[in-house]
Design a protein around this ligand. Structure first.
Ligand code: AMP
Length: 219
């Protein structure tokens, strides 16, 4: 099954994709994570992507399409994948349909996580990560025991540069302008499930599992 997790920054796409990946036994492909990994490893892709990401803008379509093509068309995960953060433009949506068409597959299910802007900003700007072990914390929701220090390895926590308030606001503008049109794109294809992303992590997951397309249920 090919699942797309769609929604604004801060809606919980990464968290829900991780949970769905283990519930459904599918690999979790996050373009944001792949790009951050490329930046950390100082690869040519990372050098190309970093200025866009630091400004809260989208990396050019051809770059991210190439990245996903490598993981989907060349690696061909046999059972499918959970796509987190891709597609993010209608052009990427068309490219995804084309590349899946070549494999005789399609997007089976799109989960659209929605949440109000104020909540999104609060979630984004309160998020901190451990640069050493990648544990994530939130000032309100899941603070570290000692402020600013990782519970697991004692490393000082960092804020993602694009989680600062000014950049976060810009990312939301970019989302509404360039990514939100995908909601109707997938609604027209009859594969969209809209979920209230403002609920607890467990409640969001329960709603998702209840909406799982019938031919993919385990029971
Ligand atoms: P995320 O971790 O999904 O919030 O993505 C962080 C940043 O990576 C975004 O703000 C973009 O700069 C870049 N990015 C991730 N996925 C895409 C994509 N599908 N298209 C363009 N840029 C992307």
């Amino acid at each position: 099954m090919i699942v797309v997790v769609l929604g604004p920054p801060g809606a919980g796409k990464g968290t829900q994709s991780d949970l769905l990946a283990s519930e459904l036994g599918l690999p979790h492909l996050s373009t944001g994570d792949l790009l951050r990994e490329a930046i950390a490893n100082r690869t040519p892709l990372g050098r190309l992507a970093q200025p866009y990401m630091d400004r809260g803008e989208l990396v050019p379509d051809d770059v991210v399409i190439g990245l996903i093509k490598e993981r989907l068309v060349q690696a061909r995960p046999p059972d499918g994948a959970i796509l987190d953060g891709f597609p993010r433009t209608v052009a990427q949506g068309h490219a995804l349909n084309d590349m899946l068409g070549e494999l005789g597959r399609r997007v089976d299910w799109v989960i659209y996580l929605r949440a109000p802007v104020e909540e999104l900003l609060e979630r984004i700007t309160g998020r901190y990560v451990c640069p050493r072990c990648a544990a994530t914390y939130h000032l309100r929701g899941s603070p570290s025991r000692t402020p600013g220090v990782c519970n697991l390895c004692g490393t000082p926590l960092q804020q993602r540069p694009d989680d600062r308030l000014d950049v976060a606001r810009h990312r939301l503008d970019v989302y509404f302008e360039q990514t939100a049109p995908l909601i109707d794109f997938y609604r027209c294809q009859g594969v969209l499930t809209e979920i209230d992303g403002e609920q607890s992590i467990e409640a969001v997951l329960a709603d998702e599992m209840a909406a799982l397309p019938p031919n993919h249920r385990k029971d």
